[in-house]
Design a binder for this molecule. Structure first.
Ligand code: IP8
Length: 263
C-alpha cells in the first residue's frame, strides 16, 4: 500500500522552499595551516550560488580557526566551566572567519546577512520565533550566514555549538526543501581504505556500523545530523565543494554526484 506521505511528497516539495547549506571547515579553511582561510574555495562556491533563485541560508564550520583554538583550550560540545580566555579566543576566531566568508560572498555578488548563533539560540535551545525569521530574511534576497561558535550555556558554563548541530536544529524547525553538507571529499565512504562512495542512504538501506567507525569524529557527527534531518522529511546531500557545479546540480536536480540521505 502507498503511504500518505509518499503520495503527498511531490506536493510537499512544491510548497517547501529554502535550502540550508553547511560549508564545512575542511573546505573553507586550510586544515593544515592554523588560522588560514581558503578564500578561493569560498569565492568559487559563492559565485556558483549566484544564479540559484531559491532562498538559501548558510552555516559554516570552524576549520583551522575555531577548531584550532578549541583544541588548544580543551573545549568541547559538553557544557562546562571552560577557560574564559579560551571562550574569548575561540569566539573571536569565529568572528574573524565569518568576516572572511561574508566578504567573499559580497565580492561574489551575493548579499550576505551576518547571523551569529546567539541571535537565535538561548543556552542550547533555539528561539523559535527568531529561527522562523530566517526564511523571511532569505526571501528578501539576502543570504543569512551563521556559524559554529563558543556559546554561553548558563551557570558560568559554556559549550561549543557545532555548525552541524545548527543544521539539525534549523532543519527540524524550518523543514527546508534540501539540506546540503559541503565538504572537501566526494561524499560518505563505506570505508576510508577502499574509498567506496555510498551514493544513497535510505531507511531501507541504512548505513552499516563499519562506516560510522571508519569516518572521523567530524564526519560521524554530520552523519548523525543527516539521519535525523532526513527522518524529518528533508533530503540531505553530501557534496564535494571543490567542484561547485556539483552543488548547483544537486539543487537543480541534474545528475547528482555525492551521497544522498533520502528524506
Ligand atoms: O566546524 C565548530 O563548528 P563545526 C565551531 O561545524 C567551533 O564543528 C567554534 C569550533
Amino acid at each position: 500500500m502507498i503511504s500518505g506521505r509518499y503520495f503527498l511528497k511531490p506536493f510537499i516539495a512544491l510548497i517547501k522552499i529554502m535550502i540550508l547549506m553547511k560549508l564545512g571547515g575542511s573546505i573553507i579553511t586550510d586544515k593544515e595551516k592554523p588560522l588560514t582561510a581558503n578564500r578561493n574555495s569560498i569565492r568559487k562556491i559563492a559565485s556558483s550560488l549566484k544564479n540559484v533563485k531559491e532562498p538559501i541560508a548558510i552555516i559554516h564550520g570552524g576549520g583551522s580557526f575555531g577548531h584550532y583554538w578549541s583544541v588548544k583550550y580543551d573545549m568541547h560540545t559538553k557544557p562546562q566551566r571552560y577557560s574564559v580566555k579560551g571562550v574569548s579566543v575561540v569566539k573571536n576566531s569565529m568572528v574573524e572567519l565569518n568576516k572572511i566568508v561574508l566578504e567573499s560572498f559580497l565580492e561574489s555578488g551575493l548579499k550576505p546577512y551576518c547571523l551569529p548563533p546567539s541571535d537565535f539560540m538561548i543556552g542550547d535551545k533555539p528561539l523559535i520565533n527568531k529561527v522562523k525569521e530566517i526564511p523571511k530574511i532569505a526571501k528578501t534576497g539576502l543570504t543569512p550566514i551563521s556559524y559554529g561558535d563558543a556559546m554561553w550555556f548558563g551557570k558560568n558554563k559554556f559549550y561549543i555549538l557545532s555548525g552541524d548541530r545548527i543544521m539539525g536544529i534549523l532543519c527540524k524547525l524550518l523543514r527546508p526543501r534540501l539540506a546540503i553538507f559541503i565538504t572537501n571529499v566526494d561524499g560518505v565512504y563505506s570505508d576510508m581504505k577502499e574509498k567506496r562512495l555510498l551514493r544513497e542512504i535510505t531507511k531501507e538501506k541504512p548505513i552499516t556500523s563499519e562506516v560510522a567507525m571508519d569516518v572521523t569524529g567530524g564526519m560521524s557527527r554530520k552523519i548523525k545530523e543527516a539521519f535525523s534531518i532526513s527522518k524529518g522529511g528533508t533530503d540531505v546531500f553530501f557534496v564535494n565543494g571543490n567542484i561547485p557545479k556539483r552543488i548547483t546540480d544537486a539543487i537543480n536536480d541534474k545528475g547528482f554526484e555525492g551521497t544522498i540521505f533520502r528524506g
